[in-house]
Design a protein. Structure first.
Length: 83
C-alpha cells in the first residue's frame, strides 16, 4: 500500500483519519521514515505512536487492534527511533 490511499483504508475499517497532526488529539502517525515536520513534532510531543503502514494493514488483516511494538518508527514510550 501507499500512504496516499491510507485515509480510505483506515476509515473503511473503522479508524479515524486526518491529515493534520494535533498535539492532544493524534494517537498515531503513519510514516514511511523517521523524518519530516510531522515526525519531528510527534517526537517532540512524546504522545504519538509513529508507525509503519504495515501496522494498519496487520490490524485490518486480523480485524483487531495489534500492538504497535513491531511496527514502530518512533515509540512514544521511549521516544527512540526503531533501528
Amino acid at each position: 500500500l501507499i500512504l496516499s490511499g491510507s485515509s480510505a483504508l483506515i476509515e473503511d475499517n473503522g479508524g479515524k483519519y486526518t491529515s493534520k497532526l494535533v498535539k492532544d488529539g493524534t494517537t498515531h502517525l503513519i510514516a514511511k521514515e523517521a523524518s519530516g515536520d510531522k515526525f519531528e513534532y510527534a517526537k517532540l510531543w512524546k504522545n504519538v505512536y509513529v508507525v509503519d503502514i504495515k501496522w494498519v494493514e496487520e490490524c485490518i488483516r486480523r480485524k483487531a487492534w495489534v500492538s504497535e511494538v513491531d511496527y514502530f518508527i518512533l515509540s512514544k514510550r521511549t521516544n527512540d527511533r526503531k533501528q
